[in-house]
Ligand binder design. Structure first.
Ligand code: NAD
Length: 235
């Protein structure tokens, strides 16, 4: 089984800023003001403003050859699975149909009390989700609680079903492609180690060295949009 674990780096060439790179989002914003449950409780308007700004940026982004390559791999071979830390939805836009989104999806809006309301607000949703309030207002759920973006904030736990499936896939993988992740965010960063201990070959694809580079059997330095299609062509 071939497993791909992707991070913000695969979307960098689609014009989506990473978190920790030179132009990374955390260099411009304080995480505790924007992406924590405490921040949302204190100032939901500012949190929503930031997420709407990111959605506006993402609405203009298109999948790049790295995303497209992984979508082709899913179509062409059985035994392929895709786990991503990205919330941007670009893997699905590229045509991947089974995507384990460890940190959620920025286009989904959910009830902050988790009553079960889920709205897909992506511009390409079919049918398009109802817009969650006007840009200047706070979107509220029918149950009375505020709506929030369906992303995993710092201090929150991951969806255990999604994480469990990703761990199972890491344990049964023969090869793991670790693409464009700094390897600093856990538990995602533990997956290559899980796979390696279970016997998989780990291949890192990144423009820079990361804490995961030492664990990798093969390191391919370069942009994902170039390295992934080159790897595919050699198979
Ligand atoms: P990160 O920002 O911590 O690291 C990005 C990594 O990508 C770096 O190691 C960098 O060297 C590498 N990189 C940059 N350009 C690349 C390219 N063209 N090809 C290959 N590698 C490249 O991102 P992370 O490891 O995914 O972890 C941080 C968190 O950031 C995750 O929780 C994720 O949800 C969130 N995030 C997501 C998005 C998104 O959805 N696109 C964007 C920013 C942050």
């Amino acid at each position: 089984m071939l497993l791909a674990l992707t991070g913000a780096g695969i979307s960098a060439e689609s014009g989506v800023p990473t978190f920790r790179g030179a132009d990374g989002l955390w260099r411009q914003f304080r995480v505790e003001d924007l992406a924590t449950p405490g921040a949302f409780a204190r100032d939901p308007a500012t949190v929503w403003e930031w997420y709407r700004w990111r959605r506006d940026q993402l609405a203009r982004a298109l999948p790049n050859p790295g995303h497209e390559c992984l979508a082709r791999l899913e179509r062409r071979r059985g035994g392929f699975s895709l786990v991503t830390q990205n919330v941007d939805g670009l893997h699905r836009r590229a045509g991947s149909t089974v995507v384990r989104e460890l940190h959620g999806n920025i286009w989904r809006t959910v009830c902050s009390r988790r009553c079960g309301t889920v709205i897909d607000e992506s511009p390409w949703a079919d049918p398009p989700g109802a817009p969650a309030g006007r840009p200047d207002s706070l979107p509220a759920c029918a149950c009375g609680a505020l709506l929030r973006p369906d992303v995993v904030w710092f201090g929150e736990t991951l969806d255990q079903r999604v994480l469990g499936a990703a761990i199972d896939e890491a344990e049964s993988a023969d090869v793991v492609l670790v693409v464009g992740t700094s390897g600093l965010v856990y538990p995602a960063a533990a997956l290559p180690g899980v796979a390696r201990r279970a016997g998989a070959t780990v291949i890192e694809i990144n423009v820079e060295a990361t804490p995961l580079s030492g664990e990798a059997d093969i390191v391919l330095r370069g942009p994902a949009s170039v390295v992934l299609p080159a790897l595919e062509a050699r198979r």
